[in-house]
Write a protein that binds this ligand. Sequence first.
Ligand SMILES: Cc1cc2nc3c(=O)[nH]c(=O)nc-3n(C[C@H](O)[C@H](O)[C@H](O)COP(=O)(O)OP(=O)(O)OC[C@H]3O[C@@H](n4cnc5c(N)ncnc54)[C@H](O)[C@@H]3O)c2cc1C
Length: 414
Amino acid sequence: MTDAPIFDPHAWKLTDLEADMTARARALGKEKFADRAEKWDREAIFPTDNYKDMHEAGLLGICIPEEHGGFGAGMRAYCLSAAEIGRYCGATALTWNMHICSTLWTGTLADDLELTDEQRARHKAGRALHYKRIVEEGALYSQPFSGGGAAAAGFQPFSTQARSTEGGYIVSGKKIFASLAGHADYYGVLCTHIIEGKKPSRSDTLYLAIPAKANGVKVVGDWDPLGMRGTVSRTLLFEDVFVAASEELMPQGVYFQAASNWPHMFLTLSPTYMGISQAAYDFTVAYLRGEVPGTPPIKRRMYPTKQIAVAEMRVKLEAAKSLWFQAISEAQCKPSKEQVLRAYATNHLVMETANELCRLAIRTCGGQSMLKSLPLERLYRDSRCGSLMLPWTAELCLDRIGREALYEPGESDD
Ligand SMILES: Cc1cc2nc3c(=O)[nH]c(=O)nc-3n(C[C@H](O)[C@H](O)[C@H](O)COP(=O)(O)OP(=O)(O)OC[C@H]3O[C@@H](n4cnc5c(N)ncnc54)[C@H](O)[C@@H]3O)c2cc1C
């Protein structure tokens, strides 16, 4: 039997597409991903079987425009669906985000930007190639962004560099925590285009799809982390890799424009943790009712302390859901200052709430609930990772809210 939707389509007034996509995601999550999740986590291996199922269900192309064979979903439909997957397998939901951004950012999001006619034509021709690979071949894209310096937080140009050469670019550099390393078919790399005589600049960021099999691409190091173990976020090295110009995911300058004008694009890491929050709450209710499969049918719901703990969890869950739903609903190009502050607050709240709900769930359910035979201890470990995701870590969200609430653009105290 499938679980109730996190966001009931009628109560939250979802569109037909959103209701359909979330139902597909929830059915796959419950029927297939939930039972497999322990294996990916325990062995820190990539959920390849889940991706085969998602390709069959059309979910790899959820954000690809309909004329290219996808569902044409916007950011909200994607986020709601990813939350449903995150309930059952955090590593699948998080890696799905890396893949989906290659289509969401190049799709509806880029369509909102003010591009020159030349940029628009180049972008439209370029993205068709990527969409065809995903829809027809089930190609997986990843999103290695972090290089270990200040670039991933949005403060410096990316240290991975691309130099122009005949027919394309030569790319060199390193990406750490590259989810899907060794499993994606294309690495959607953000790198700085080095232009002779010009200082490296964030405005010259290139977003390139580097084929995993290209000469000079290496996956190195191990991956044995606390949580999100199935993401297999190993280190990627690019040693003078030739990348054809046709592999651009966005023409030069467009990523920078997107990051500046469509800031909610960085909120797409949060759905996984919205799903984990729901899962921690659902587990607690089922456990206290004596209904978790594989555990004795002992009821613990009659104790007032348990009832209060569940009530507190419910309040936190409802608050996170409501704020998150508002933020993903109002995501748009050139949002107001209020909307941007709300987006930071949302990301902070969802990432921290996921961990808080898992913590409360273990404390409330008790010792037997955190055995590795049950999903709660995995949820607990996975939930801790949300606040660490750059560029909008929980800390950086607070930094940004404080600064941007108190200073208007250009203001200083000097
Ligand atoms: C499970 C998982 C999967 C991931 N997958 C990917 C992926 O697919 N692609 C990808 O690109 N990255 C990915 N990341 C990486 C993530 O975004 C970070 O880059 C990573 O956690 C490494 O951070 P760090 O310790 O080097 O951060 P540091 O840069 O050392 O920062 C440490 C902390 O300091 C704070 N901080 C950083 N810069 C500043 C600043 N200028 N001012 C004030 N405070 C600051 C932040 O809160 C940050 O959390 C993943 C991370 C995890 C945990």
